[in-house]
Design a binder for this molecule. Structure first.
Ligand code: UD1
Length: 418
């Protein structure tokens, strides 16, 4: 097991070029089995989730090659419609394989997916959407088995704009007979990127980003070379860290409209922010004012994946912040760890009351999930003295070269094996 040793108190200065977005790379990799021609994806980040997805592709029979910055997936010899349980347990996004494997083989078998322990994460919306497309679903002994001799387009109204369900239904509909209309679809930029990727393969998908996605089934899809969008959550993490510690940062690779909700809050906190194209420049004195309320919402609302990191910033902002987590039930596990560093947080259900303290102090803390782990790093960078952030396996799922990028900004952070 690895840990970070962080000596807090440094301001952060410099530039960060963000990685390809984890949450688009994963569905894109799943989508690569929709064609038997080569799919080339540039800039797949070296994160454990992407590695696991590539392992799943290998298990179904794909050949994977690295060609400079390109990951080349050749699924011409893919044979298996079964995703092995040891891999689905590691990675929730394995569930995207349902839609794409179904399209490819007319059947798919997968065990219930894993991922971060941040509360119940049902997939009922995925399954009811697939049923509408004519898929027969048998749930038995921890497995989900899907069969469809024919996938047929349908009108689907999602009860909630689920990112994963929207993506899965799109993947199952691209080669279905006729037209599929998904209403109350998720509007996240990652959905738009999946649409662009599929259209570049010859699919007919439109409307992503606007709440209604229309998919007209096509007979075949062809190979593609594609660069995914930049990771808005990664960019947001560095912006929050710099806002909290003080300093000046420029992120490159994420258009400001993709994290407008965060930028809005950071301005209210007292940061100065300038944007141009896909660059965001933030400067901060490191002495921030608390905002009254932050509520996570589906896009374009405040992203749940930045709630923990932003709460770490609130821990030393002047005043009290009320944080409401509307997406996932148990996304405050990191709060107990922040308290070890001197934070004053009360959590009740989906709400956290964070009373800003003068300073945090270094402590030994454990990263229990991906974004919660990043929040502990943000807090440790600000805290006085040395912190040990233990168990980096969750952080490694989503951040490539985290300590390297932070070091370049001036942070005193090192990774050691324990
Ligand atoms: C995706 C992101 C994740 C992010 C989340 C919300 C990926 C790989 N992961 O996860 O980082 O935190 O969006 O922005 O893109 N729900 C149901 N039934 C379903 C599906 C979802 O009730 O069938 C509920 C969930 O429990 C949750 C909410 O809908 O409360 C949002 O989930 P969803 O948008 O599906 O998130 P994911 O796709 O899992």
């Amino acid at each position: 097991m690895d840990k970070y040793i962080i000596d807090g108190g440094e301001k952060l200065y410099g530039k960060v070029r963000v990685q390809g977005a984890k949450n688009t790379v994963l569905p894109l990799l799943a989508a690569s089995v929709l064609t038997d021609e080569q799919v080339k994806i540039r800039g797949v980040p070296t994160i454990a989730d992407a590695e696991n997805m590539l392992r799943i592709l290998t298990e179904v029979g794909c050949k994977i090659r690295r060609q400079k910055d390109c990951t080349v997936i050749d699924s011409s010899n893919a044979v298996s419609h079964e995703i092995p349980p040891r891999l689905t347990k590691e990675l929730r996004s394995s569930v995207f394989m349902l839609g794409s494997v179904l399209t490819r083989f007319r059947r798919a078998k997968i065990s219930y997916p894993g991922g971060c322990d941040i509360g119940l994460r049902p997939i009922d919306l995925h399954l009811s959407g697939l049923k509408k497309l004519g898929v027969e679903i048998i749930e038995e002994g921890g497995y989900i088995e899907c069969k469809a001799d024919k996938l047929v387009g349908a009108e689907i109204l999602l009860d909630f704009p689920s990112v994963g369900a929207t993506e899965n239904i799109i993947l199952a509909a691209v080669k279905a007979q006729g037209v599929t209309v998904i209403r109350n679809a998720a509007k996240e930029p990652e959905i738009v990127d999946l649409q662009n990727f599929l259209c570049a393969m010859g699919a007919k998908v439109c409307g992503a980003g606007g709440g209604t996605v229309v998919v007209e089934g096509v007979k075949r899809l062809h190979g593609v070379e594609y660069t995914p969008i930049g990771d808005r959550i990664e960019a947001g993490t560095y912006l929050v860290a710099t806002a909290s510690c003080g300093g000046e940062i420029e992120t490159e690779g994420v258009p400001p409209e993709n994290i407008a909700a965060l930028l809005h809050k950071l301005r209210e906190n007292g940061c100065k922010i300038h944007t141009k194209n896909d660059k965001i420049v933030l400067s901060s004195s490191g002495r921030l004012l608390a905002v009254d309320l932050v509520e996570t919402m589906p896009f374009p609302g405040f992203p749940t994946d930045l709630q923990a990191q932003y709460s770490a910033l609130c821990a030393t902002a002047k005043g009290t912040t009320l944080v409401v987590e509307n997406l996932f039930e148990t996304r405050y596990k990191y709060a107990a760890e922040l308290k070890r560093m001197g934070a004053d947080i009360t959590v009740r259900g989906r709400t956290a009351v964070i009373r800003g303290v003068e300073k945090l102090h270094g402590a030994r803390v454990t990263a229990g999930d991906l974004r919660g782990g990043a929040a502990l790093v943000v807090a440790a960078l600000k805290a006085e003295g040395r912190s040990d952030v233990v168990d980096l396996s969750h952080i490694d799922r989503g951040y490539a070269e985290f300590e390297y990028k932070l070091k370049k900004l001036g942070a005193k952070i090192r990774r050691v094996r324990i």
